[in-house]
Design a protein around this ligand. Structure first.
Ligand SMILES: *[C@@H]1O[C@H](CO)[C@@H](O)[C@H](O)[C@H]1NC(C)=O
Ligand SMILES: *[C@@H]1O[C@H](CO)[C@@H](O)[C@H](O)[C@H]1NC(C)=O
Ligand SMILES: *[C@@H]1O[C@H](CO)[C@@H](O)[C@H](O)[C@H]1NC(C)=O
Ligand SMILES: *[C@@H]1O[C@H](CO)[C@@H](O)[C@H](O)[C@H]1NC(C)=O
Length: 844
């Protein structure tokens, strides 16, 4: 018994180095739990009857636990039970070991992401002949760079011989020896054929992993696992005798496989910053369905994974995320309904075709930064395919545009390794090339042209690399959060709109240490009976208009927006001071109506004083929990009806809101919640180790349990000590338990709690599966409780229990069981409110 416990601990310690053990979602449930750093995960596992699997990659103090498959959520049930007991007691909450759980999420298999490729129509008739002079120039370049790749001549996105200039303009960069050396791009996709002759020399196994089959190498296995390999070819196909070349043909390429099987938020979060010190750029040509009716954001764990990567990846300069904009334009889809493409941490890349035309599929949105070449007008991207020496002429969709961006950024990182993730976005804004296509091009405050369809224009590898060489690095990020603007008014239908204004003062931005704006995000709530009828515009103090949301003919969702966050890059470089006006329209006159509830503006940008800047706390489930906070400061918002013709609310009289809605200058300070208070419940969490019990003498584990945040080697030693301590505690507990059993009898027997001696209990097999040895006691009396609470409350004092059972409403246990049963019945597949999983309608 003790020996096996020892083995378990030792193997857990050894596993912290390598990967987590392979998941098996058929046989087990997995929990991702954020613990106070002072809490030992093995201690928590014992307390909850879980098996500790290991730390959760780069996410600090996040851990993975498993239990045999079962219906309920062991951890959330225990947390809720603690809350309930505290409410019941009405006394000041005494510390409990469960207080160290900041966040818990039982993992669910999530809907598959969609690859953003398309089967392009090839149309030879529309192909124009190559120009002789251009072909000669191309051949001269190939000779000079010793490029002998057989399809190099077809790779029009690299050097266009038919419509010169319609390419990424990279050959001049290569001539300077900038070819992606010492840079690694990671293709997060359906695999990567590392045995392909075109990829094998650049393949980087250390940065690769297969999160579908839980093996080290992301080898394509399914018949349609071609997408990742094609994307990899665009970035890093070698200069050799196979197919063509990648934009960064001397860069390293790794693959993380997530699109070919079951995946959970936890695995996606691990995948999206996998080996974040070795992989520099993550290429993501996938996302939620582009069907014109989905609205889906990454779950909280994934969002935390991305924030961690931009703060810690690349030695603190920040991992670069590139996302394909989406292929749903023909469905009136918009990349602002996709929480990956509208993240401030991702560079959203849309597509143009070889004639610089907008291809029918490429989505527009205010979060789109740039476009580059892909399929359309009868041709597509020619690159590497799965197989020893296999090529494709048919890589298309925004899937094929994203990796051209990735290759270009690899060149930027070679030319200027010290650029941060925000410098890369700045460089894109400053060097993208607007082109002569009708669109809503608008000149921004800093003199750049922006279009929702094409972002800041098309990428130009030469221009961005040249600019990177001498770019003055931006100061660290700062941000300003407005309070919630409570509008709570009906939205007029038709051409009318409902406007709400927030006035940002110089003082607010000074206090927020914010010098100039880069991204803006706007989180909002609208109740509406048909979501697709809505549109939302944001007009900045400088008069720049972002179309945050656009109408969607197929989106019948009957509940509007719930804490949905829109993003815009159209205000890049603005000061941000003055009136920000949001205008909501219900464009269709029908019986589907709605109300604009509230909104909150966040300005993200460059700090004034770098010394005062600090990293953004990791997002928590409670970040938008301050919805209804109202204070006595003067109103800064007003709601007015505006005619659709223009942003200026002139023709309609101003209509004051029902009650003053208040700005809260005090909120002007960054991030209301610090990362260390990611509470799954409201109780303040102590930063010091929590004693495992209050007054009870039969405390079975020592309170200052060893911390986990030490090096691997030290951990082995610590675990050695843990084992000794546990062995001692177990013996002590046996003693105390027997002693206590004598004391507690009859009526209060039902409130018995387990201690470590239960390892000796051989009735464990009859209990529900989630009980481990340490918790498997008291079977006869407790079985009806479903095993969900067992020893999480092992430390309850006798006094507490006594007062509970003396409660006038009768025996505590009966009520508790009843409540539990009701709760279990109601809970069903619920993930417990604190989960922040990637629900379709919520962006945490
Ligand atoms: C999970 O376990 C089941 C039962 O042992 C087994 O049949 C299945 O192949 C396993 N799946 C994986 C992915 O290992
Ligand atoms: C492309 O790169 C060259 C340098 O090789 C540069 O002179 C030129 O301006 C760039 N742009 C276009 C459209 O050719
Ligand atoms: C490659 O990158 C590493 C890490 O950024 C750096 O230490 C090293 O000097 C680079 N090597 C070259 C040849 O640029
Ligand atoms: C809008 O608010 C009104 C008044 O509070 C309410 O009766 C109506 O049901 C709300 N509409 C929606 C779609 O929630």
């Amino acid at each position: 018994m003790r020996v096996s416990a020892l083995w378990g601990l030792l193997s857990a310690a050894a596993l912290t180095a390598a990967h987590l053990p392979a998941r098996n979602y058929t046989t087990h449930d997995y929990y991702a739990i954020h613990l106070a750093s002072s809490t030992s995960p093995t201690h928590m596992a014992t307390l909850l009857g879980l098996t500790y699997e290991g730390p959760m990659g780069a996410l600090e103090d996040h851990h993975v636990f498993k239990a045999p498959k079962h219906d309920n959520d062991i951890v959330d049930d225990a947390v809720q039970e603690l809350k309930r007991r505290r409410r019941k007691r009405n006394a000041d909450p005494s510390p409990h070991p469960l207080d160290s759980i900041h966040f818990t999420q039982k993992q669910k298999i999530k809907p598959r992401h969609v690859k953003r490729n398309l089967i392009p129509e090839r149309d030879v008739a529309r192909a124009s002949p190559p120009l002789d002079a251009a072909v000669m120039a191309q051949q001269a370049i190939a000779r000079e760079l010793h490029i002998k790749d057989p399809i190099f001549g077809e790779q029009w996105h690299i050097f266009n011989t038919k419509t010169p200039g319609n390419d990424i303009n990279v050959t001049g960069v290569w001539m300077q020896g900038i070819t992606g050396k010492n840079v690694t791009a990671c293709i997060v996709d359906d695999g990567l054929d590392m045995d392909s002759e075109d990829l094998k020399d650049n393949f980087f196994a250390e940065g690769s992993y297969d999160f579908n089959d839980h093996v080290d190498l992301p080898k394509p296995m399914l018949s349609d696992d071609r997408h990742g390999t094609r994307c990899a070819g665009e970035v890093a196909a070698g200069r050799n005798n196979a197919c063509g070349v990648g934009i960064a043909y001397d860069s390293k390429i790794s693959g993380v496989r997530i699109l070919s099987g079951e995946i959970t938020d936890m695995d996606e979060a691990l995948a999206i910053n996998y080996e974040l010190q070795k992989n520099d750029i993550y290429s993501c040509s996938w996302g939620p369905p582009d069907d014109g009716k989905t609205m889906q954001a990454p779950g909280l764990l994934i969002e935390k994974g991305m924030v961690t990567a931009v703060q810690e990846g690349r030695g603190g300069k920040g991992s670069i995320y590139v996302f394909a904009a989406g292929n749903g334009a023909m469905n009136e889809d918009n990349c602002n309904f996709d929480g990956y493409t509208n993240s401030i941490y991702s560079i959203t890349v849309g597509a143009i075709d070889k004639n610089n035309l907008h291809p029918y599929y490429s989505e527009a949105c205010s979060a789109q930064l740039v476009v580059t070449y892909s399929s359309g007008s009868g041709d597509s991207i020619h690159t590497t395919d799965v197989g020893a020496n296999k090529c494709t002429k048919d890589h298309g969709g925004t899937s094929a545009a994203g990796p051209i961006g990735v290759g270009t950024y690899a060149l930027v990182l070679q030319a200027r390794p010290e650029v941060t993730w925000r410098d890369v976005q700045w460089l894109t804004v400053m060097t993208a090339v607007p082109f002569d296509q009708p669109s809503d091009w608008t000149k921004t405050t800093i003199g750049r042209m922006f279009s929702h369809q094409f972002g800041y224009g098309k990428l130009d590898a030469w221009a961005i690399v040249e600019a990177a060489k001498t770019w003055k690095l931006v100061k660290p990020q700062a941000w300003f959060y407005s309070p919630w603007m409570h509008v709570k008014k009906a939205i007029p239908q038709g051409k009318q709109g409902l406007a709400s204004i927030f006035d940002v003062t110089q003082e607010m931005l000074k206090n927020a240490n914010l010098e100039r704006v880069e991204h803006i995000t706007l989180t909002m709530n609208i109740e509406h009976q048909r979501r697709g009828d809505l549109s939302v515009e944001l007009i900045s103090p400088d008069g720049m208009k972002s179309h945050l949301s656009t109408t969607r003919k197929d989106d019948d969702f009957p509940e509007g927006y719930k804490d949905w966050t829109f993003m815009s890059v159209a205000h890049w470089g603005e000061k941000g001071i003055g009136k920000w006006t949001v205008i909501v329209k219900d464009t269709v006159e029908n019986d589907k109506t709605g109300n604009f509830t509230d909104w909150k503006l966040r300005l993200w940008g460059e700090s004034i004083d770098p010394a005062k800047a600090k990293p953004r706390p990791l997002p928590t489930a409670n970040d938008d929990a301050d919805h209804d906070v109202i204070d006595d400061h003067p109103a800064h918002t007003t709601s007015i009806d505006v005619p659709s013709a223009g942003p200026t609310p002139t023709s309609v009289p101003t209509d004051l809101p029902d009650r003053p809605v208040n700005a809260k200058p005090s909120v002007a300070a960054p991030a209301p919640v610090s990362s260390s208070t990611t509470a799954a419940f409201e109780t303040p969490i102590s930063a010091t180790p929590t004693p495992s019990t209050t007054a009870a003498p039969e405390n079975f584990l020592p309170s200052p349990f060893p911390t986990f945040g030490v090096s691997k080697r030290t951990q082995i030693w610590i675990y050695g000590s843990i084992i000794l301590i546990l062995a001692f505690c177990a013996s002590l507990a046996v003693y105390l338990y027997l002693a206590r059993r004598k004391r507690l009898r009859s009526s209060r027997d039902d409130y018995e709690f387990e201690v470590l001696d239960d390892m000796e209990d051989d009735e464990g097999g009859a209990r529900t599966g989630m009980l481990n040895g340490a918790a498997a006691g008291k079977k006869g009396r407790r079985a009806k409780r479903g095993g969900e609470l067992y020893d999480a409350f092992a430390g309850e004092s006798d006094e507490d229990l006594l007062s509970e059972s003396e409660d006038e409403n009768g025996p505590y246990r009966d009520r508790e069981e009843q409540e539990y049963d009701e709760k279990a019945a109601m809970a069903g597949g619920s993930d417990g409110g604190s989960s922040g999983s990637s629900s379709n309608e919520r962006r945490p």
